[in-house]
Design a protein around this ligand. Structure first.
Ligand SMILES: [Zn+2]
Length: 185
């Protein structure tokens, strides 16, 4: 006897098979797409534990945000203008600032004293981005991505952010925002 649960399981397996045939890119669905926008920002950091990156230095970073989701009635996943505004807003939180680990920072009279080894900087609080880890490309990416997630439209299923560190290197991180369709069967 074929029970309802068995039918549902069978339907799930069929859809699983379909998606595994096309890989993990859900944008293959007819009404879904991935759109992207790019913007740049500058930041400074120092990585005390790293052989080469321990001195204070800066990078210009190209950021590319990709939003995957269903295409709405207007024929868009997200308006490019809205996407650019969201990305620029988030990048402005880090733009032209020192990004560093919380463990090197101490608040003192409206300023942040950043110190490690022979270094000691006193900076206005709004010119320092404090992370829970080192100011690496990966950690900066994660912090930016967290800010983007909160600004995504309801139809978005995932958001990715790629940021470069200088010209030839960088990182990419992705957050899934909604369950894939097959999980809802
Ligand atoms: Zn660097």
């Amino acid at each position: 006897m074929v029970t309802r649960a068995m039918r549902r399981r069978s339907a799930k397996l069929e859809v699983h098979a379909k998606y595994s045939a096309i890989g993990s890119d859900y944008t293959m669905e007819k009404n879904e797409a991935t759109v992207y926008v790019q913007a740049s920002f500058d930041y400074s950091h120092f990585l005390p534990e790293h052989d080469r990156c321990f001195p204070l230095h800066g990078h210009t970073s190209l950021a590319r945000m990709e939003v995957c989701g269903s295409i709405g009635a207007g024929g868009m996943v997200i308006d490019f203008g809205d996407a650019k505004r969201v990305l620029s807003e988030v990048l402005s939180a880090f733009d032209h600032k020192l990004v560093t680990n919380r463990r090197y920072c101490k608040a003192e009279g409206g300023r942040i004293i950043v110190s490690h080894g022979d270094y000691a900087f006193a900076l206005p609080a709004d010119q320092v981005c404090i992370l829970d880890g080192e100011g690496t490309c990966e950690n900066i990416n994660d912090a930016l991505l967290g800010l983007l997630v909160a600004r995504m439209p309801d139809n978005a299923t995932s958001v990715s952010l790629e940021i470069s560190e200088g010209a030839n290197k960088g990182s990419r991180r992705t957050r899934r925002l909604r369950s894939p369709r097959w999980a809802e069967l």
